[in-house]
Design a protein around this ligand. Structure first.
Ligand code: ATP
Ligand code: MG
Length: 757
């Protein structure tokens, strides 16, 4: 084994970390400084020089993807298989442990893992069995309650319930849930961790055995460990504390899942002999990207403080694009990707990052149009998401009652008390008569009415309700425009209500996605003379599946900012940089939440190696309504000299740069993005409006309604203001208006309904 291969590709600080004496080590360092590289080389070094067997190493990373990569890297360094090493995610390793010791852990031998959908289903069943109504006892809340306590290591007996009825009942549900899991031999995600922890805690002999085996424990992304993960590691390493952990407090982004940055501090307290090492050189990003990210994160108050610099080139400025709307944003990104590919770049080197999964749709559509293969990570493609498929199933059944798959999908969704026996009878009847489920249902419903032969009682009533619902919806939408029809069916079906009951973040995301479907319908242009709804449904089918890239195809990478952690890409687009979207609405009001969003922004920016684009849309359709979000405050936190605004559109107006005091695209970026409102200061300065008067004549000829530079206009929502800039033509024309109360805003002329005064 070649020691130089392990140590040569490292700088001094990295080498010091890799070769640190065995014992507790905390490497605290910024993004792209080589933490993951150090961890990998440490493993190789331990094996190579300390004579440690791969058998004695346990390494935890954040994702399966990262684990696989680490394995490959170690094998490359050592030239031997890493098989016997325990290398994986917390959940993966806990699972492995429990499979080996199911008996000691009190589990069934063939125990199965319960995913969160299944978990929820089980909770619903329990609620029903206890006679608790879902409207008062949101299953998602119960799920959250259970998981939260498990994450903190508490069994029902250890939860300090208040005296109130609700908390007593919650604890009781937690107990019943546990009993049900035990009875059916299943185990949820949080349980994997808790059970693995308890196994070692309660079985000293077993623990001793594992301590003797895993003398070397390594943890990547340590800042995102939750309480039970931390305790599990602490238990395993014991007093010797031979844990090698690497992390970055500025990249902690899972507070909402119980992760605690404080574990970085606690590690030093729990292991007073720990060495604290720092890495300061960034190898990933250009100087401009790094400076931008550093400036952003400097706005956070509670930081451990780190330095990060690069010897690499300064590189191009961070590019900023203000799109008209989300479609323009997507087109812009795709155009840039195509340019990148034309210049020899790999598609896989380009990443589109966004705050929430619902944002992927407009990018997916634009990529499909441009025939660019792409892959969506850690989240389903839009038209494949469960809630979207549910809504489409309603629409499909309305269009074609004989669509059995759609029938099956929604006949009891939302739950309307149609029992399994009733459904079986319908299936049977359909089989016998060779008809569709719908026809069989109708036949049986009629039969019930006539001779009492069909499904009886509650279930029979429920199936009748379903039939009536579909017929009614079908009748109601015949005259509606496509998007209103879609909206009407989504609401009328009860899907919105159904998903609203889910735990806050999840349910909210689903409802947002449903609203996105309405937006998609609004933007849909049917081909030929196909009825719009049928055209739209065909479009949805074609979009799912078909164009998803093959596993090894070179394709554009799309994912949320959360799933981008630890990864790097030469070309990165961070999209939807708007207040309310990112930082997310929920996090804007509390400081801790805002700081976590800022860390997420920092994570996103530091994924970029060569070129970083930030994009935002002036107008965006969210939840089916147009919103005019201010540019994200995070854009304003990037020093203006590091930002360069991109304006690919042809200007119609005389370039206002010539006029002092007016909006100037690149130089005045800070004013416009200062805090989303500061742009007003620029526009209001005295000379601005008269100075532009020269542009009047030509514009009046081009634009209807007397829209011209300097014109006073009124907007339904923003009130009165003065037109500062006009750009683009036709449906792309847009204006910048300095509103008296709201400051300056860009609006699409086509949609803004500005009244010239
Ligand atoms: P993150 O905080 O995003 O997880 P990190 O600190 O784990 O980042 P790595 O992913 O290990 O950083 O390294 C970032 C990039 O820099 C990688 O491409 C890595 O190969 C490269 N790199 C790290 N150290 C060196 C070095 N000494 N010489 C050359 N390249 C290096
Ligand atoms: Mg890393």
């Amino acid at each position: 084994m070649d020691l130089s291969a392990i140590l040569n590709p490292l700088n001094d600080a990295q080498r010091a970390a890799v070769t640190a004496p065995v014992g507790p080590v905390l490497v605290l360092a910024g993004a792209g400084s080589g933490k993951t590289r150090v961890l990998t080389h440490r493993i190789a070094w331990l094996i190579c020089t300390e004579g440690v067997s791969p058998h004695g190493i346990l390494a935890v990373t954040f994702t399966n993807k990262a684990a696989a990569e680490m394995r490959t890297r170690v094998e490359q360094l050592l030239g031997v298989p890493s098989g016997p090493m325990w290398l994986g995610t917390f959940h993966g390793l806990a699972h492995r442990l429990l499979r080996l010791h199911w008996r000691e852990a009190g589990l069934a031998q063939g125990f199965q893992i319960l995913d969160s959908e299944d978990q929820l289903r089980l909770i619903k069943k329990l609620l029903k069995a206890s006679g608790l109504d879902e409207s008062g006892w949101a299953p998602k809340d119960v799920q959250y309650f259970i998981n939260k306590h498990k994450d903190e290591g508490r069994r029902p007996g250890q939860v300090r319930a208040g005296a109130d009825r609700v908390s007593v009942q919650m604890v009781k549900l937690y107990e019943e849930y546990e009993a049900a899991c035990a009875r059916t031999g299943v185990i949820d995600f949080a349980e994997l961790l808790l059970r693995a922890f308890e196994l070692w805690r309660d079985q000293p002999q077993l623990l001793a055995q594992y301590r003797a085996r895993f003398r070397h424990v390594l943890v990547d992304e340590f800042q995102d460990t939750n309480a039970i993960q931390y305790e599990w590691i602490r238990l395993l390493v014991g007093a010797s504390g031979a844990a090698f952990v690497v992390g970055d407090d500025d990249q902690s982004i899972y507070r909402w899942r119980g992760a605690r940055i404080e574990h970085l501090h606690r590690f030093l307290v729990d292991f007073p002999q720990a060495q604290l090492l720092r890495l300061e050189q960034n190898y990933r990003s250009t100087g401009a990207i790094l400076a931008a990210a550093n400036a952003l994160i400097a706005n956070n108050s509670s930081r451990l403080g780190k330095t990060l610099w690069t010897r690499g080139a300064q590189g191009a400025a961070v590019k900023l694009y203000a799109a008209f709307n989300e479609r323009d944003e997507a087109e812009f990104v795709v155009t840039r990707v195509l340019e990148w590919v034309q210049h020899g770049g790999a598609r896989a080197d380009a990443a589109i990052l966004y705050r929430s999964n619902a944002q992927s749709r407009s990018f997916e559509e634009a990529l499909i149009m441009a025939r660019v293969p792409y892959r969506v990570y850690g989240g389903l493609r839009f038209f494949e998401r469960a809630e979207i498929k549910d809504a489409l199933a309603y629409l499909r059944l309305i269009v074609n009652r004989d669509d059995d798959a759609s029938f099956e999908r929604i006949v009891n969704l939302p739950a309307r008390g149609i029992g399994a026996r009733t459904l079986d009878a319908i299936r049977e009847l359909a089989r016998e008569t060779g008809s569709s489920l719908w026809s069989a249902t109708r036949a049986s419903v009629t039969a019930t009415g006539a001779a009492g032969a069909g499904p009886a009682g509650r279930s029979g009533g429920a199936i009748q309700t379903f039939v009536t619902l579909i017929e009614r919806l079908a009748g109601e939408i015949t005259r509606l425009p496509l998007h209103e029809a879609v909206d009407h069916v989504i609401r009328g079906s009860g899907l919105v209500e159904h998903y609203q009951k889910e735990r806050a973040d999840r349910g909210e995301a689903r409802v947002e996605n449903l609203a996105e479907l309405v937006s998609a319908a609004r933007g849909f242009v049917p081909e030929g003379d196909m009825p719009p709804l049928e055209g739209f449904l065909a479009h949805a089918v074609l979009e799912s599946g078909e164009t998803q890239a093959e596993p090894f195809e070179d394709c554009v990478q799309m994912m949320t900012l959360h799933s981008a952690k630890g990864l790097e890409f030469p070309l990165v687009f961070m999209c939807g940089m708007e207040d309310g979207l990112f930082p997310h609405q929920r996090s804007q009001s509390d400081l801790e939440g805002l700081e976590e969003e800022r860390r997420l922004c920092y994570v996103g920016m530091t994924r970029a190696m060569r070129q970083l684009y930030l994009t935002h849309a002036e107008q965006r359709r969210v939840h089916g309504v147009d919103t005019y979000n201010a540019a994200s405050r995070f854009i304003g936190e990037v020093p203006p000299e590091l930002l360069e605004e991109v304006r690919p559109r042809i200007r119609l107006a005389q370039h206002p740069v010539q006029h002092p005091g007016t909006y100037r695209p690149s130089r005045e970026t800070p004013a416009r993005y200062g805090n989303g409102r500061a742009g007003a200061a620029t526009g209001r300065s005295g000379g601005a409006v008269p100075a532009m008067a020269g542009a009047r004549g030509s514009l009046e000829e081009t634009l209807a309604g007397g829209m011209r530079l300097g014109a006073r206009v009124r907007h339904g929502k923003f009130g009165e203001g003065v037109v500062l800039t006009i750009e683009g033509q036709g449906s792309h024309a847009r204006v910048q208006v300095n509103f008296e109360r709201q400051g300056s805003k860009w609006l699409m002329l086509q949609y803004a309904n500005l009244e010239v005064m």
